[in-house]
Design a binder for this molecule. Sequence first.
Ligand code: SAM
Length: 259
Amino acid sequence: MSSPRWDQHFLIDRRAIERIVSLVDVRDRRVLEIGPGRGALTEALLDAGACVVAIELDPMLCEEISARFGSEIREGRLRLINGDATTCDLPDFEFAMANLPYSVSSRITFRLLGMDFREAILMYQKEFAMRMCAHPGTPEVGRLSIMAQTYADIQPCFELSPNAFSPKPQVRSVVLRITPHAPRFLINDRRWYGEVVKALFSHRRKTVRNGLKSLSGIIGRERLQEGLLAIPEDILSSRPEELQLQDFAEIANAIPANP
Ligand code: SAM
């Protein structure tokens, strides 16, 4: 079975829609919805009193939404943007809610994590959601878990079977609550921190010492050696999956980024 274009699996389970929207009190709040599709969540958000900005890539679905919610658009309670949520300007918002297009979940999540908002309720493919929640120090942890948990609390809410959607996806889905926070330890340079986490998990079977070698291509061997001297031996001899969250910051802060 091939996936529909732009991951168009529409929510049809009324109870699931109500459960998702009831996870936050959206009355009079500015809510960003990504990929409204035919408007299943949009309608529930509007019924709950939210002011919604919805970004939809598919122009045909935008026409459908405009026709269905004409009066809400005229009243200013719904603004519809025909655009790509991975690249278009995102408006200010307090809450985000979405049954995400799974093929761009990662790009959209990282975009949102760079923004200032109160909470996001987002649905993901189950495996992706589990990786986001995986605890540091366990074999399941990866770059996504570390980056997401550095900037937010991630809490699984509930799981949905393919029967909640039409057409049915081949995977199960999980709804996550994402509550952003400032990093809980010092990060000197956020961009560099991201590079270091990426380098380490690109070589997840190697020790930190060996995994970091790939950074010499960016900062040069000498600067890398200088940085390694400042990192405790127990961290250098561990694998990335054995590290705690603050160890990644300690590594990134110890290695001088570009001058
Ligand atoms: N929210 C609707 C629902 O739950 O029934 C639809 C969810 S469907 C899984 C994903 C939606 O995101 C589709 O309407 C699709 O056209 C839209 N979409 C896909 N890629 C997108 C992107 N890059 N930017 C904005 N919308 C996108």
